[in-house]
Ligand binder design. Structure first.
Ligand SMILES: *Cc1c(COP(=O)(O)O)cnc(C)c1O
Length: 490
């Protein structure tokens, strides 16, 4: 160790001479940081060799982990060894290249650097006054999102912990704007394919389950406009107050994009708020050539986008845009005697636009990633994910026995296994077995979903920035091999 003033060796012996002093010396911090960085870099470098699914059958293991808070500190290596060797590997390799399950996440390295910086400097970004230039970075990020989504200058936004909280805040805005204090008769409309966070958010926002209508979808899993219009009419006849439609820019099940323009027209004529849940799909809007796939998205009253999905940022990064920014502000504005005076409207004050006061600094993750890569590289990666999905779907559709129920509208497709004379039940069992066989090879990880009253589908969602052509080739090969093995028995 370099400096004698280090006092104690945190790596080998954590016991300090002055226990109330929680500060580390500069040498110790470098040593600890270097240790952690080496482990993280080794982990990232080995991602493609790690099992895609991981071993998550860990109930017994988790029971052995329970322990009281330690009275004395431990050495850094003693704490990090089990973390990296035993705990992290017991997980879906969600940041690995073979992760085609659920909606894949990102985890670009600049995001990790940003968290080290923001946690290291630990500045207060809850109110503008406390760190104006840092808050401006976050305001820039929200303005970039606004421009990419082609929202107007009146837009204000909010960085959230994820898409669920963005949906929640959007429903609160619509409720405040259109219902005022009488919530009970307000009705929310969405499709049967909508993410469960919408019903959960509605409930948290005071819109109870008997006021949430799940409208049927068409053969492409898109919201049925006639059924939506009829449901709104019916509720009005009953004296209820329709106030919001939540549509999808990419559903979680099959990647369906609702008819966003038609929903926007209906909402405009009916005086309803149109919220678009783009947690999965919104970032495809930044690619010029793909924008037509999301036609009408830019007309929404509010939009959920999830940078920790489609922009490849680490978990904990969601976002909401609200076309009339004053609605977002009205829903969240609050003050207190001990807080600084409110700032001019020109500047963005996070606590006036969202529920948090003290908070982390999620904007730095997004800002640093966009600054380091530049928008062009991020667009190239997003466009590539779409192309990989389209190509793989075409090849998988050609595998004997595969029926492509949902070709990619964005970068997600879903299919099932079928053969002459097979019952729905037999097809479901076979499709589940197909996923098990693919996942058992640990090269890619797939998950399924149930649609249309009991039909089980296998899904492939391409959204990890680490997924490239080689993983898609493995995916196609593994699906083909599994389908062949299962059909050979039928
Ligand atoms: C992932 C997802 C959500 C929820 O977002 P979180 O970031 O997981 O909270 C909502 N809607 C859709 C369509 C999603 O894919």
């Amino acid at each position: 160790m370099g400096s004698a003033s280090a006092g104690f060796d945190i790596v080998n012996s954590p016991t300090p001479p002055d226990p109330a002093n929680l500060e580390f010396t500069a040498d110790q911090m470098r040593q600890m940081g270097g240790n952690v960085l080496d482990r993280v870099v080794a982990h990232i470098a080995s991602l493609s060799a790690q099992p895609a699914m991981g071993d998550v059958a860990a109930e017994a293991f988790c029971r052995t982990m329970r322990e009281p808070a330690p009275e004395l500190g431990e050495a850094l290596d003693a704490v990090l060894d089990p973390l990296f060797c035993d705990y992290i590997p017991r997980s879906f390799t969600a940041s690995g290249p073979g992760y085609l399950a659920f909606i894949p996440a990102g985890g670009v390295f600049p995001g990790a650097l940003a968290d080290l910086i923001s946690n290291g400097v630990n500045r207060y970004t809850g109110v503008w006054m406390a760190a104006p230039a840092l808050v401006q970075l976050e305001a820039n990020v929200l303005d970039w999102f606004r421009d990419w989504m082609q929202f107007p200058a009146t837009t204000r936004g909010l960085l959230t912990t994820g898409g669920s909280m963005a949906n929640f805040n959007a429903i609160v805005c619509a409720r405040e704007r259109l219902l005022g204090p009488d919530l009970r008769d307000g009705v929310l409309y969405t499709s049967t394919q909508t993410h469960h966070s919408v019903a959960k958010s509605a409930k948290l926002a005071g819109i109870l389950p008997d006021r949430v209508r799940e409208i049927p979808v068409d053969l492409d899993f898109r919201l049925e406009m006639n059924a939506l219009a009829a449901a709104i009419d019916e509720d009005r006849r009953r004296g209820l107050r329709p106030f919001i439609v939540v549509s999808n820019a990419g559903t979680t099940n099959t990647g369906a994009v609702d008819p966003l323009n038609a929903v926007a027209d209906l909402c405009a004529s009916q005086g309803l708020w149109h919220h678009v849940d783009g947690a999965y799909g919104a970032f495809f809007h930044v690619v010029d050539g793909l924008r037509p796939l999301l036609a009408g998205l830019a007309r929404a009253d509010s939009l959920t986008l999830d940078p920790h999905k489609g922009l490849f940022i680490p978990y904990g990064t969601g976002a909401l845009l609200v076309r009339d920014g004053s609605a977002l502000r009205a829903a969240h504005e609050a003050t207190a005697g001990y807080l600084p005076d409110m700032v001019a409207e020109e500047f963005y004050d996070p606590s006036q636009y969202g529920p948090d006061l003290s908070r982390g600094f999620p904007g730095l993750r997004v800002w640093l990633a966009i600054k380091l890569y530049g928008a062009a590289r991020l667009r190239a990666a997003i466009a590539e994910k779409r192309q990989l999905a389209v190509d793989a779907a075409r090849r998988i559709a050609g595998i004997p026995g595969i029926v492509m129920d949902a070709p990619p509208q964005l970068s997600l497709f879903a299919f099932h296994l079928q053969w002459p004379g097979a019952s729905l039940e037999q097809q479901n069992i076979a499709t589940r077995e197909l996923l098990q066989r693919v996942n058992a090879r640990q090269r890619v990880m797939l998950t399924g979903c149930t649609v249309n009253e009991g039909r089980f589908l296998g899904r492939v969602c391409v959204l990890s920035f680490r997924t490239r052509q080689s993983e898609m080739d493995m995916c196609v090969d593994d699906v083909a091999e599994a389908a062949d093995a299962i059909l050979a028995r039928c």
